[in-house]
Design a protein around this ligand. Structure first.
Ligand SMILES: [Zn+2]
Length: 201
């Protein structure tokens, strides 16, 4: 009997993380554009994974342009797992949201949330700025989505392509559905053109 109970306990201990993981994946992740009053005209839909991106190598997110001090709002509900200053990102906030996705906001002028605080979707978390390596660029919010659960089928042969298993293209999370199709075919065309230029084909 004791052995049976112990076995049962071990099973629960092993299963628990998977259940937690699964529950996290089941929460819908409908993200909103994280700059107040911004529309999908305020960022270039083709700059995700652009490889002329200075010290980061490739651009693992999008840049939403807006005036300094426009409120930055949380794209999803979640918990603040980082807030502080980083060398390249400047004033930065990272929020863990549904589906184990980490939402990363950089170059902010001000941060308006505390570490480990819960935020709801559209809650103000900071303001647009030009901190970090955005000092000499027009003010913008750098926004990345990092999935802690990998999507291995998204790996490709681009620079640091294996990281695409973790970094999602925010454009596809933010555009209305009919626009996503258009953006996808455009980016495919761009890849072909780039490869033709590099004589890969
Ligand atoms: Zn950026």
């Amino acid at each position: 009997m004791k052995a049976f109970l112990l076995q049962h306990k071990i099973k629960i201990i092993i299963a628990a993380p998977f259940v937690v993981l699964l529950l996290g994946m089941l929460i819908p992740a409908n993200t909103v554009i994280p700059v107040k009053d911004a529309t999908w005209h305020d960022w270039n839909h083709q700059t995700f994974w652009d490889n002329r991106w200075g010290r980061s190598g490739v651009h693992k997110g999008i840049d939403i342009f807006a005036n300094v001090n426009r409120p930055v709002v949380s794209a999803s509900p979640g918990i603040v797992i980082f807030r502080g200053e980083r060398l390249l990102g400047g004033n930065t906030v990272a929020i863990l949201g549904p589906k184990w996705r980490m939402h990363y906001y950089a170059h902010m002028n001000d941060i308006k949330v505390g570490w480990l605080s819960f935020v709801s979707q559209k809650e103000v978390i900071g303001t647009v700025g030009r901190t970090g390596n955005a000092r000499n660029k027009p003010a913008h919010l750098h926004y990345s989505i990092l999935s802690l659960v990998p999507y291995p089928w998204r790996w490709d042969d681009s620079m640091q392509g294996w990281k695409k298993a973790f970094f999602l293209d925010p454009t596809y999370q933010l555009l209305p559905k009919h626009r996503i199709k258009m953006a996808r075919s455009k980016s495919k065309k761009k890849t072909v053109e780039k490869k033709l230029a590099e004589n890969v084909y």
